[in-house]
Design a protein around this ligand. Structure first.
Ligand code: ADP
Ligand code: MG
Length: 642
């Protein structure tokens, strides 16, 4: 027997599991069933696709058994199995960044809920919530030796080879749990059946439970005992069953296994295509965004099956990245069973299924949006969807040009005109008759944006501005350029209308603010503008008389083709070091007393102080960090002391 140390992260995880996880303990069974089902999927695939495994005759099944007196519970499958190296690798280390993320999440989660553990790729270890010793006995398909892994879930585990009689067994894995005092509640027929019904009823392989049926005499003494084995799940590939036979409950139960979740999904859509291509899809939208949605190495949520045989759950190409939160199954009748990954990438059939699925999903989202006003429940559903997934959908606006028309109807924004979320379509209906553009402001948090002096003239003219406080808006919206929509024209025929998207913090977005700058005012302001420009020198690209200011003395805007200053700062922070210094254009309010007071002074140091403060306060109010705050404070103090 050889003793091995757990990887440090695994020890930390186990410590936490054993000492802190109390709620939703029963999910350990879902996780073990999920592993058994994965193992069966893998062998089933090799069995049909790989000559080396074709001779294995195999009737896939999962078997549960318990012993109340010995306080044990076993979960057994006849799937792919593990050899010595697999055991050490799979049950001693963690391949993905799962543990760390899970530890962090739990650290922040007061409830210390174990529910999501499976999503982090560390589901097996959840069995230590209910067991103080676990043995895993396994024989890998096609190999001779049987191995036993055992551990008390502390710092180490043992692996030994089982010789003789105990080593002779069918391929597959048996997980034997020595239950803790609290864990003994699971050595019970009714609680096992209940948990399987709730989480694993629709696992596509039969699950059997072996139990003793005892009869008692009228004094309560055991009369006879019979060992029985019952099938306890309904276990068909749910996605292949007709929709009419399935209830919402069935779909939700299947999701809980598939998504390693205890919460019901927000939405599901089940499709069966018959025609040139034959396939079934079952997609779920979780109620909460997956924890790794913003990780580069996120785990894809869609599994590919061919004629009910599992092919892969690790192909990011099955869904566009912006739909990576979708969970579900694609099952094709037309693909060959021995598809290789490389072939999958360029496979026409799969591409067609993928495109149809994207279209279907975006259509579902649109229906969800359209239904939002139907009832409180529908509204909440849509709001949850937007709260969780607005951002990935915005990514789609520049990733998937072909779906642009659909996506631009789904994304939502905050606005100066209404509370809550609004859409481009709604904005357009509120537009002034002669308004040509859709206005938006980016570059900070909502509060900063709403307080920006750049909005003053739009407010005064009652022109709506979209408040785009999501970092991604700054990248996506300028790339979108315009919003377009098919609308009935004056002759009743449909025509495509288009509105330009204009950032109010850009030079050039003020054209619609009316009154062309009065030549006279321009002439009068000129000397003051020149003074300020001279004083600021290299700090600004230009100084101009503003038409968008009412109350504030100054504001900054970016040149039409420059990135905004906030954007430039963000790119720098992300490590883009070769960014040229973006200089702002300073706009001043010709009627503001601070500005008019400059007319009559030739005191250069005073002009420099006023100009410096006009620029710095305009930067500050946009949430931009000053390069030289001390200089700003000194100038301000000099001005205040007269
Ligand atoms: P995940 O299932 O997300 O990979 P787990 O912690 O549940 O994470 O399992 C870790 C790994 O252990 C699995 O990926 C698999 O390789 C292996 N494993 C666990 N249970 C079994 C089993 N019953 N049969 C074969 N391999 C298994
Ligand atoms: Mg697992």
């Amino acid at each position: 027997m050889a003793q091995h140390q757990f990887q440090t992260e695994v020890s930390q995880l186990l410590h936490l599991i054993i000492h802190s996880l109390y709620s939703n303990r029963e999910i350990f069974l879902r996780e073990l069933i999920s592993n058994a089902s994965d193992a069966l999927d893998k062998l089933k695939y090799l069995n049909v696709a790989d000559d080396a495994y074709k001779s294995i005759s195999f009737d896939p099944r999962i078997d549960l058994a318990f012993n109340k007196d010995a306080k044990t519970l076993t979960v057994k499958d006849n799937g792919i199995g593990m050899n010595e190296a697999d055991l050490a690798e799979s049950l001693g280390t963690i391949a993905r960044s799962g543990t760390k993320a899970f530890l962090e999440k739990l650290g922040a989660d007061a409830k210390k809920d174990s529910n999501l553990i499976g999503q982090f790729g560390v589901g097996f270890y959840s069995a230590f919530m209910v067991a103080d010793r676990i043995e895993v006995i396994s024989r890998k398909a096609g190999e001779e030796a049987t191995w036993k892994w055992s551990s008390e879930g502390k710092d180490s585990y043992d692996i030994e080879k089982l010789e003789g009689e105990s080593g002779r067994r069918e391929q597959g894995t048996e997980v034997l749990l020595h239950l803790t005092e609290e864990g003994t509640e699971y050595a019970n027929r009714w609680s096992i059946e209940d948990i399987i019904k709730r989480y694993s009823n629709h696992v596509a392989f039969p699950i059997y439970l072996t139990y003793d049926e005892k009869e008692y005499d009228n004094k309560g003494k055991e009369k006879s005992s019979k060992t029985k084995t019952d099938r306890i799940n309904s276990g068909q590939a749910i996605w292949r069953r007709p929709k009419t036979e399935l209830k919402e409950e069935d779909y939700n139960e299947f999701y809980k296994q598939l998504g390693h979740d205890t919460e019901a999904p927000l939405h599901y859509v089940h499709t069966k295509a018959e025609g040139t291509l034959e396939y079934s899809t079952l997609f779920y939208i979780p109620a909460k965004a997956p924890f790794d949605m913003y990780n580069v190495d996120y785990k894809p949520g869609v599994k590919l099956y061919v004629k009910r045989v599992f092919i892969t759950d690790d192909d990011k190409e099955l869904m566009p990245t912006y739909l990576r939160f979708v969970r579900g199954i694609i099952d094709s009748e037309d693909l060959p069973l021995n598809v290789s990954r490389e072939i999958l990438q360029q496979n026409k059939i799969l591409l067609n299924i993928k495109n149809a699925s994207v279209k279907k999903l975006l259509g579902e989202f649109k229906t969800m949006a359209d239904n939002a006003s139907a009832s409180d429940k529908d509204r909440e559903k849509w709001e949850t969807f937007i709260k969780e997934f607005n951002r990935p959908l915005k990514e789609g606006l520049y990733q998937d040009y072909g779906s642009r028309d659909a996506l631009q109807e789904l994304v939502r924004f905050k606005s100066t005109a209404v509370e809550g979320w609004t859409s481009f379509a709604d904005y357009v209906t509120r537009m002034k008759a002669d308004q040509k553009n859709i206005y938006y402001i980016t570059g900070g948090d909502e509060k900063t944006l709403r307080a920006s002096p750049l909005l003053e003239a739009y407010k005064a003219k009652d022109i709506e501005v979209l408040i785009m406080d999501d970092e991604i808006d700054d990248i996506v919206i300028p790339a979108l350029h315009s919003y377009r929509k098919e609308l009935p024209g004056t002759d009743g025929k449909m025509e495509t209308k288009s509105w330009d998207l204009k950032a109010v913090n850009r030079a050039g977005a003020d054209e619609e603010l009316g009154e062309k700058k009065d030549k006279q005012a321009e002439k009068e302001a000129k000397p003051v503008i020149e003074k300020i420009k001279k004083a600021l020198g290299e700090r600004v690209k230009d100084v101009k008389l503003s038409r968008r200011l009412h109350d504030s003395p100054s504001c900054i805007v970016a040149d039409e083709n420059d990135p905004s200053i906030q954007m430039a700062q963000m790119l720098k922070a992300m490590g883009q070091t070769d960014m040229p210094d973006i200089k702002p254009i300073l706009e001043v309010n010709g009627e503001h007393p601070i500005v008019t007071a400059l007319k009559d002074t030739e005191d250069e140091s005073r002009i420099a102080d006023v100009a410096g403060v006009l620029l710095d306060q305009a930067l500050l109010v946009e949430g931009i960090k000053l390069k030289d705050p001390a200089d700003f404070v000194q100038r301000l103090n000099r001005l205040l002391s007269g």
